[in-house]
Ligand binder design. Structure first.
Ligand SMILES: Cc1cc2nc3c(=O)[nH]c(=O)nc-3n(C[C@H](O)[C@H](O)[C@H](O)COP(=O)(O)OP(=O)(O)OC[C@H]3O[C@@H](n4cnc5c(N)ncnc54)[C@H](O)[C@@H]3O)c2cc1C
Length: 420
């Protein structure tokens, strides 16, 4: 465990929701400051990343680790990962997140899902945006592995519960399409391991891919590989947009893997390989059974723009969204478009990074707070429905949150913790 540079006179009980990379980072930071963090994790540490663990990250180790995290590895006698290399998702969990969780010991409580958070003894409608609320602890409703309910209290809550567990829908304007729920066992909402464990589901089959982001591009990339050795495999890519090049490209992209995915998808969009098709300007309007397969109706803006497809499976890469229900009893201020904290959403909207998330520099830490004193959003969840969150941003957010908690705008444990 990293050195404890501070020992505050009154350590705070800090509840952290989610043992993803940013929740663990927040707990390591809190411990290093002498506070008492508890991380509540519904599954296991790094659960959401393990779900796509067969993929390689497009950011290198140096962008995905923090000086405090590296100090925790060093303290356990573990090797420091090579800064310039790109870890696989599973490798990132094994070599980095698991040791961080081990360093925190029983401060990480796995198999504990946070169902709701309130302010003990105060209703949402009381003491509106008042510092008086800070005098009451937070109350957390927790469901354990045995499905029993427990409660816990904390003075500070950091919500780092991510978004990957809450998928978007196929239908118009983000609604579920009629039939979507009924046939959901044939719809993948998380990037499938097309070249590995999920191969039997897709080889020799016809699949409809919906979505136009990097996740869709990743699926295209793996289907191109699959089709080399699995005859009869077909991929139809349906998108709402009509852009000839749907994926953005950045000049001299510092994340070359990301650019390669964009290039592959844009090429596929321009000239789909044999047995593949690209449909644009269409959304899924209905799914039904059709001779043992899925009958999928797609619609455009006018009644004439309508297609019906017969497919074996669907891969829905329509994004992910934060679960806003857990803080419903708190005074949170969310953006009406992204569902991230309002101030952060506004700052991101107004920024000038040319659409490149790597070019983004730190945004003020108070953008992560809410009218509810002591409650912070961090990690991917702080970006709400936006998909351009990077681990490096989350690591900086943790430092910024603790500047606010400690009321010390120069506080930076990363400066002191580890240097290679
Ligand atoms: C396919 C994919 C590839 C990506 N590649 C990169 C990349 O190369 N580089 C990069 O910088 N970023 C990448 N990202 C973006 C981002 O860094 C990841 O999404 C990262 O996992 C975000 O970390 P997090 O800690 O905010 O959330 P998560 O990793 O999602 O962790 C949230 C944790 O909270 C838990 N949880 C959720 N709800 C509750 C609850 N109610 N109670 C208790 N626990 C709960 C979950 O089980 C999970 O363990 C990628 C994202 C995806 C989806």
């Amino acid at each position: 465990m990293a050195a404890i540079p501070r020992s505050p006179s009154s350590p705070l009980e800090i509840a952290i929701i989610g043992a993803g990379p940013i929740g663990l980072e927040a707990a390591i930071y809190a411990s290093a400051l002498g506070h008492r963090p508890t991380v509540y994790e519904r599954l296991e540490a790094g659960a959401n990343i393990r779900r796509w663990g067969f993929l390689r990250l497009f950011s290198s180790w140096k962008l995905n680790t923090s000086p405090l995290g590296l100090a925790a590895l060093e303290a356990q006698g573990l090797p420091i990962p090579p800064a310039e290399e790109y870890p696989g998702g599973g490798e990132y969990c094994d070599r980095y997140l698991a040791p961080l969780a081990a360093a925190l010991g029983d401060r990480v409580k796995t198999g504990r899902e946070i169902l709701a958070i309130s302010r003990a003894g105060l209703l949402k409608t009381e003491a509106i945006a008042s510092p008086e609320r800070a005098r009451k602890p937070f109350e957390l409703l927790v469901r354990n592995r045995k499905e029993e309910l427990e409660t816990a209290q904390a003075q500070v809550v950091i919500d780092a519960s991510g978004v990957y567990q809450n998928h978007g829908n196929l239908g118009s304007g983000g609604l579920p399409a009629p039939g979507e729920e009924e046939f959901s066992e044939k719809i993948a909402y998380h990037i499938p391991d097309v070249l590995g464990g999920d191969r039997p589901l897709y080889e020799g089959q016809s699949t409809l891919l919906v979505g136009a982001g990097y996740s869709a591009a990743t699926v295209i990339d793996s289907f191109i590989e699959l089709m080399k050795t699995a005859p009869g495999t077909r991929l139809t890519w349906a998108r709402r947009d009509t852009r000839p090049e749907p994926l953005p490209r950045h000049e001299d992209d510092p994340l070359p893997q990301r650019d390669q995915l964009a290039e592959t998808a844009n090429l596929f969009a321009k000239s789909p390989p044999k047995d593949c098709e690209v449909l644009t300007g269409l959304v899924t309007s209905r799914i039904e059974e059709s001779q043992g397969r899925l009958g999928i109706e797609l619609r455009g803006e006018t009644p004439a723009e309508r297609q019906t497809l017969e497919m074996d499976r669907v891969i829905s890469m329509t994004g992910y969204r934060p679960d806003t229900s857990i803080h419903r009893e708190l005074q949170v201020h969310l953006c009406y478009a992204t569902e991230g904290p309002m101030k952060l959403a506004a700052a991101l909207l107004g920024e000038d990074s040319n659409g490149d998330c790597l070019a983004r520099t730190g945004l003020p830490g108070d953008t992560l707070g809410h009218p509810e004193p002591g409650f912070f959003s961090a990690g991917h969840k702080s970006y709400g429905r936006r998909s351009d969150f990077l681990l490096r941003t989350g690591i900086e957010q943790v430092r910024d949150i603790f500047r606010l908690v400690e009321r010390d705008e120069d506080l930076d444990l990363y400066d002191e913790a580890y240097s290679p």
